[in-house]
Write a protein that binds this ligand. Structure first.
Ligand code: PLP
Length: 281
């Protein structure tokens, strides 16, 4: 059998996120997404979670000394071309990651933040009391942020119930952080998911998606932000990178393996399962 994975050039990408033992979200999903795009993934785990497809039952932050040491040791040996930040799980982790990025600014490196505040099943994954650390310490260090409507509303304190309100709230964010590119993902509210993109060069774009009828939607935000990072680091224009991230998640939803009794995992390795699909990513 011919191997279907051929790495052209191994770019190192990091995911700084939580661990989901059911493999639908968090670092495991991010690493699968990186692998599907031919990148080499490293991870720094911010928190453990207890969860399956039915929900999140517990969370435990990783000691910040371990997190700090992981970031430092990876940086000296496996420096990243890009970093994706997902679930932080606590204020201490957010402050540690923000300080790490601040002291190691590298303008060739892309940083994408998926501001994970709550699981889709409703469990708090980042405390509201820590929002100011996200806003004032972490946001100035990132290039891209990919909130869904609910996350954008919490971050900005603005209601976000439709695209118009998403744009008002989004502009508030990009005016406060002029270096930031924003993708507001629309999959959580609409039957025809539309993503709103506000780029730091002033461009505003709408991306109309295809609704996929499935319950296997666990980790869609993780996969979207990880793919976006992969495509940006691969040199694609921001608009093409967003379009490809949407395409990747739609494919992963369509090919979901149908596991678990709740919100199941997607098929994040879909481009590797059929060599003919390599050309699709
Ligand atoms: N668990 C971890 C470790 C995560 O990183 C995330 C999302 O990023 C979730 C759970 C939530 O995933 P979902 O929004 O699909 O519930």
């Amino acid at each position: 059998m011919q191997p279907s994975l051929q790495r052209k050039k191994a770019q190192i990408l990091w995911t700084v996120a939580g661990f989901d033992p059911s493999s639908g979200a968090g670092v495991t999903a991010d690493l699968m997404t990186f692998a599907a795009h031919g990148a080499f993934g490293c991870s720094a785990i911010t928190a453990l979670t207890v969860q399956n497809t039915l929900g999140v039952y517990g969370t435990q932050p990783v000691d910040t000394g371990i997190l700090q040491a992981t970031l430092d040791r990876l940086a000296e040996d496996l420096p990243p071309a890009g970093v994706k930040i997902g679930m932080l799980g606590g204020v201490e982790a957010a402050a540690t990651v923000a300080a790490f990025l601040r002291t190691r600014r590298d303008h060739r490196r892309v940083v994408v933040l998926d501001p994970v505040l709550r699981s889709s099943s409703g469990r708090e994954l980042y405390p509201e009391a820590g929002l100011d650390v996200l806003r004032h310490e972490l946001l100035p260090e990132v290039d891209w942020i990919t909130p869904n409507h609910a996350e954008l509303a919490v971050l900005t304190g603005h209601p976000v119930r439709d695209l118009d309100e998403a744009e008002t709230a989004g502009r508030r964010l990009t005016e406060t952080y002029p270096g930031l590119n924003l993708v507001v993902t629309g999959g959580d509210l609409e039957t025809q998911p539309t993503d709103l993109v506000l780029l730091r060069d002033g461009r505003r774009l709408l991306f109309q998606g295809q609704h996929v009828d499935t319950t296997s939607t666990h980790g869609t935000g993780c996969a979207f932000s990880s793919t976006l990072l992969c495509r940006l680091v691969a040199g694609f224009d921001p608009t093409e990178a967003v379009a490809q991230a949407k395409h990747f998640v739609e494919g992963a939803l369509r090919k979901a393996p149908g596991l678990g009794a709740g919100r199941g995992p997607m098929e994040l390795l879909w481009p590797l399962l059929d060599p003919d699909l390599q050309s699709e990513i």
